[in-house]
Design a protein around this ligand. Structure first.
Ligand SMILES: Cc1cc2nc3c(=O)[nH]c(=O)nc-3n(C[C@H](O)[C@H](O)[C@H](O)COP(=O)(O)O)c2cc1C
Length: 138
């Protein structure tokens, strides 16, 4: 079995409400558990940044489905790599959105706004890793 981590960002087609995010997460958590996929989703300033980890073909297939979702566009892969073990394995899909901690984390990375299109692969992964400690209840 080959395990991979895919990190992408995208731009939401419109401003997402908490209930929009909740409905994405409810489906994600249900499907991901069935597929052995885990990860982390963040949303702020109309950008999504998401990590997907799991068996290579399952992650590839899920990414293709997500990429066709009309709720977002400009979907761009930041990194795709083989991993020895998942980092986000505790989470079928963790979530973090804007909060004081979120802003602090951005500032520590020298960013004032959440602009994942400017992040390097290392920054994007580090950011999602840090966010696991600042998750919102959704
Ligand atoms: C930003 C974003 C992230 C998503 N992440 C996931 C995910 O991790 N897992 C998942 O199954 N669906 C995810 N979705 C939803 C999929 O695009 C799609 O709606 C869903 O897989 C369809 O599932 P269903 O056939 O069970 O209704 C995401 C959608 C968006 C817009």
């Amino acid at each position: 079995m080959r395990l991979v981590r895919l990190v992408y960002y995208s731009h939401a087609s419109r401003e997402m409400s908490l209930s929009d995010l909740k409905s994405i997460l409810d489906v994600a958590r249900r499907n991901n558990q069935a597929q052995g996929i885990c990860g982390m989703l963040s949303y702020e300033q109309q950008y999504f940044l998401q990590a997907l980890e799991g068996e290579r073909s399952a992650v590839n297939e899920l990414y293709l489905d997500i990429a066709e979702d009309p709720r977002h566009d400009e979907i761009t892969i930041i990194s795709y790599e083989e991993i020895a073990e998942p980092f986000f394995k505790q989470w079928k899909m963790g979530y973090a959105g804007g909060s004081a901690e979120f802003t602090k984390l951005l500032q520590s990375m020298g960013q004032t706004e959440f602009l994942p299109d400017t992040m390097t692969p290392q920054q994007a992964f580090k950011f999602l890793q840090h966010l696991t400690g600042n998750q919102a209840e959704l």
